[in-house]
Design a protein around this ligand. Structure first.
Ligand code: B12
Length: 261
């Protein structure tokens, strides 16, 4: 009988033949397109550890910039034992299972307050998670009977979001950040976390759930968030997390109280 082979202990990129190390890299240089810019692009690729780099695409971007795509081999190998992965620590539930879990655990609606904070106007991501029409074939959180969703939309100031989280008695605050220029997404989330801490001193702070295409899910602790979701997140993943984190936690606390009596 054939047993399936596990992942190899180390991997290299694959382009034309197995293990050849071929990668494709794109970038823009602040130089007008021409021989100097092309030579500089290839030099950069070599400095980055690419062997035999080929310029497969070069285009001017206006008069002062040039865009490049370079194809070449890297010598690096990734030892899979050294790679950290954030595994989903909860089961993926159906909408019905989420509703049952919230009903049993909380005994009331789970209140979600969502927004796109700072100057960020990219609402498509948060809407994909919250709006009933959802994303990738999954209905958004508004579809769940067990959830009450307050979607504040774009460019919401941190202070306004915190005030609303307090007045709505939010169980979870969901924020989206797409713009990452000057690390605005990180600064905004840290500020929100600190203001939530201050507003909820002495009582249970709502869960802070953060999402956007350029977040690393491993960053939750350093941002002061409870969970970070990256690109491609689907609403059922978020709903399952909320049910797990809130309803499960409350049910366990209630069971502890009963056993203490
Ligand atoms: C549509 C779009 C716009 C629209 C936004 C319309 C709207 N109502 O949202 C408009 C035209 C307004 C716009 C404006 C700008 N944009 Co724009 N935009 C885009 C674009 C093309 C698509 C973004 C999108 O909708 N993706 C689809 C959604 C579904 O994906 P997502 O956001 O990743 O969301 C998923 C996950 O990340 C996650 N998720 C996201 N949020 C959350 C939240 C929670 C709680 C959870 C759990 C999960 C989660 O779940 C979602 C579903 O899987 C991107 C480029 C691209 N192809 O991505 C640029 C892009 C985001 N924009 C960019 C820029 C620079 C701008 C402008 C500054 C341009 C300008 N000079 O004016 C302005 C900024 C305006 C502002 N004040 O924010 C840059 C951002 C660069 C950066 N990283 O800093 C990008 C990457 C384009 C680029 N390559 O330069 N933009």
């Amino acid at each position: 009988m054939n047993t399936p082979a596990g992942p190899p202990p180390a991997v290299r990129p694959y382009g034309d033949t197995t293990d050849d190390g071929m990668v494709q890299l794109s970038f823009t240089l602040p130089l007008p397109h021409g021989p100097l810019a092309e030579a500089a692009a290839l030099r950069l690729a070599r400095l980055m550890g690419m062997e035999r780099p080929l310029l497969v695409h070069a285009r001017p971007v206006g008069e002062e910039f040039a865009f490049f795509v370079v194809y070449g081999a890297v010598v690096h190998r990734v030892d899979l034992d050294t790679v950290d992965v954030v595994e989903r620590e909860y089961p993926l539930l159906s909408a019905q299972e989420v509703d049952e879990s919230v009903h049993e655990g909380l005994g009331r609606e789970l209140v979600v307050v969502g927004a796109c904070i700072g100057t960020d106007a990219h609402t498509v991501g948060i809407d994909a998670i919250l709006n009933i029409k959802g994303f990738a074939g999954q209905k958004g959180l508004e579809y769940y009977h067990s959830m009450r969703v307050v979607n504040l939309g774009a460019q919401v100031a941190v202070a306004d979001l915190v005030r609303r989280a307090v007045s709505e008695r939010a169980d979870a605050v969901l924020v989206s950040q797409a713009v990452t220029q000057r690390d605005a997404h990180l600064t905004n989330v840290r500020e929100l976390s600190a203001e939530l801490d201050a507003a909820f001193t002495g009582r249970r702070r709502p869960l802070l759930v953060v999402g956007g295409p350029r977040f690393d899910p491993a960053m939750a602790a350093e941002l002061g968030a409870d969970r970070v979701f990256g690109r491609g997140t689907t609403p059922d993943d978020v709903a399952s997390y909320l049910a797990h984190a809130l309803a499960g936690e409350r049910a366990a606390a209630a069971a502890d109280d009963r056993s203490a009596v």
